[in-house]
Ligand binder design. Structure first.
Ligand code: PEP
Length: 260
């Protein structure tokens, strides 16, 4: 059932550039994006380039409504953590959002549930909006364990968060089998899981939190399938990987999110 409040969640489109683009290459993409998204009203847009591009992005996107996000961070503010970047350092670069718990970090860098939980809390304490990624593997879906898998990831990552702060968290449902594979979840499969996640939030944090929290879909979203996915009642936006590296494609996805 779609409640009235659903209509008031402003769509949010987040681009995850992953490990692509040097600062000089990024200038071209960012200027193209700036030009194409100049007129966008009613949809929030965030681009998450590599760390080395964050200050270039903040400069180019200054005075636009496009916000800048990071793809990861450490839970500590500063100290002997070679190679890490803190929430405080990101904020100083005008970063507003941070992707946490992406499946590529869980798989390739063995990020644990405990580390992700600490990062979510640190992001909130540091004034950043965590874009918390959760998703089941192909094996979990084949054995009908997708809801159990998602609940486990949410329970752990949201431990210690209360009804006041949950509104500052964005959740991205990213089925692992759909990321970078060209296999998109059907709108029905995605909607079912988004509804499941919203029910989880409702049980744990109450009705207001369930109605205000943004739940994004991620996994091979592109202009050709964005319209149908984004029109589902519980899909509030998208986390876009590959397609965010093409300004025209990304702008076309943003256009699909704009509600009349
Ligand atoms: C992602 O990396 O978060 C993602 C959704 O990637 P892609 O769109 O390329 O599947």
């Amino acid at each position: 059932m779609e409640s009235m409040a659903t209509k008031f969640r402003q769509p949010l489109i987040v681009g995850n550039w992953k490990m692509h683009r040097t600062p000089s290459e990024a200038r071209v993409l960012l200027n193209n994006l700036k030009e194409k998204l100049l007129e966008v009203i009613g949809t929030a847009v965030v681009v998450c380039p590599p760390y080395t591009v964050l200050s270039v992005a903040a400069d180019i996107l200054e005075k636009t409504s496009i916000q800048v996000g990071a793809q990861n961070m450490c839970w500590e503010r500063e100290g002997a953590f070679t190679g890490e970047i803190s929430p405080h350092m990101l904020r100083d670069l005008y970063v507003t959002h941070v992707i946490l718990g992406h499946s590529e970090r869980r798989v390739h860098f063995h990020e644990t549930l405990e580390q992700i939980r600490r990062k979510v809390l640190a992001a909130l304490a540091g004034g950043l909006i965590p874009v918390l990624c959760v998703g089941e593997t192909a094996e979990e879906r084949e054995s009908n364990q997708q809801n159990v898998a998602i609940d486990g990831q949410l329970l752990s990552a949201l431990e210690g968060i209360d009804g006041e702060t949950i509104g500052d968290v964005v959740i991205a449902y990213e089925p692992v089998w759909a990321i970078g594979t060209g296999k998109t979840a059907t709108p029905t499969i995605a909607q079912e899981m988004h509804d499941h996640i919203r029910r989880f939030i409702r049980r744990r944090f109450g009705e207001e939190a369930a109605q205000t929290i943004h739940i994004l879909y991620g996994g091979s979203m592109k202009a050709a399938n964005a319209g149908e996915l984004l029109s589902q009642p519980d899909i509030d936006g998208g986390l876009i990987g590959g397609a965010s590296l093409d300004a025209a494609e990304f702008a076309a996805i943003v256009a699909c999110a704009v509600r009349p």
